[in-house]
Design a binder for this molecule. Structure first.
Ligand code: UD1
Length: 355
């Protein structure tokens, strides 16, 4: 059986029996916050990242914040030699797979790069886990798999679909994971479907640091508030929502990081594939985010309402009940707290990790 050393019953461990967790993409926005929460929960992260959308400084900050320098491998997850070396050098009990490309617009322009990076890396990871008899995986999925059908709150039973190559990579990987579990070879896999991750660690040491011009709302607003950009363009003021602007479910990145710890704690049963929404269940409009950010930062956020962005939907928020009932996880941080923490990070690090 693949379960030579498994299942591992987490939750009772002390410093004496640390459980090693491989974190792919561990230098990224969600990855760094998760590494911090893993360490706080008594896990021992091992990180692989190729710094394609992250920086060594992020890992130095994590080490400073936690007092722990986690083993690190600089590599693309498609690099089978490095992956095998990691499993040889460490007794990896579980993997959290964040590594991947995540820009919708880029994926439309470069679908092959997106399919290769996201899907091939997952296949190499799964093959390596199989080779070394490791079967516990938490995968970083997205609410993007709900596509543009259905009405919120979205529940996990809706069929997977997408509107762009990035979203299809998430939907396809979920299908691959489901098929792998269905072999009955003892895999235990959880896919977490994130809604809109925002905020930063309250220390202000780590946070979101997008390359170039941010595509997402919160980093764009932060850069306007800090004076790096003139004004926010609000994509559409005529949606069928209470104030006409788009409604989303903004999940604080620390809550999101804790959801991964909760998912690991529940990986106990073989031959189970589970999917959970990770959101607050609360829909917040673009104008509400702007107001919350102005309040938190005490800075003006000038904006202009412009045309809708192609591919956007009016409203997207989670039904978070399944994660609460089965993982015992719930979002605890509000949009106000997320704005305070984003501002704290942005104002202390106006140029991100480059300072
Ligand atoms: C986007 C992706 C989604 C991905 C998620 C990851 C698209 C169409 N979707 O979600 O697949 O999983 O990021 O975080 O790109 N907005 C503005 N002005 C801006 C930026 C955004 O008005 O400059 C609005 C958008 O129209 C939307 C809301 O803010 O109503 C949130 O946008 P964004 O942060 O880009 O996230 P999503 O589009 O929800």
């Amino acid at each position: 059986s693949l379960h030579d050393a498994l299942p591992i019953y987490y939750g009772h461990h002390s410093k004496a029996d640390l459980v090693k967790v491989l974190v792919t993409g561990g230098a990224g926005y969600i990855g760094t916050h998760t590494v911090v929460e893993l360490l706080a929960a008594g896990y021992e992260p091992v990180i692989v990242d190729d710094f394609s959308n992250s920086s060594p400084e992020a890992l130095r900050r994590v080490a400073h914040l936690t007092g722990v320098e986690s083993p690190f491998y600089e590599a693309d997850v498609r690099n089978r030699d490095v992956l095998e070396r990691i499993f040889i050098e460490h007794n990896i009990h579980a993997v959290i797979h964040f590594a991947g490309l995540k820009s919708v617009g880029e994926s439309v322009a470069e679908p092959l790069r997106y399919y290769s990076t996201n899907i091939d890396s997952t296949l190499v990871l799964l093959e390596t886990m199989q080779k070394f008899g490791r079967s516990n995986l938490v995968f970083s999925s997205s609410a993007t798999v709900y596509g543009n059908a259905g009405t919120p709150p979205f529940t996990e039973d809706l069929p997977r679909q997408s509107t762009n190559p990035y979203g299809w990579t998430k939907a396809m990987i979920e299908q691959i994971l489901e098929d792998v579990v269905a072999t009955g070879h003892g895999w235990s896999i959880t896919a977490l479907r994130y809604f809109n991750p925002v905020g930063a660690h309250p220390s202000g040491l780590i946070g979101e640091d997008p390359n170039n011009i941010p595509n997402n709302l919160m980093p764009y607003i932060s850069q306007v508030a800090v004076g790096r950009r003139k004004q926010l363009a609000i994509f559409g003021g005529d949606y069928d929502t209470p104030d006409g602007t788009g409604v989303r479910d903004y999940i604080h990145v620390v809550d999101l990081a804790k959801a991964h710890v909760a998912a690991l704690n529940h990986i106990e049963h073989p031959d189970v594939y589970k999917v959970y929404n990770i959101g607050t269940g609360i829909g917040v409009s673009v104008l509400e985010v702007v107001a919350a950010f102005e309040k938190a930062s005490e800075q003006p956020v000038p904006y202009a309402i412009v045309d809708r962005r192609p591919g956007d939907i009016a409203s997207c928020y989670a039904s978070p009940d399944l994660a609460r009932d089965e993982l015992g996880w719930e979002a605890e941080r509000s949009i106000d707290e997320a704005c305070q923490d984003s501002w704290n990070w942005q104002s202390k690090n106006p140029n991100g990790f480059q300072d």
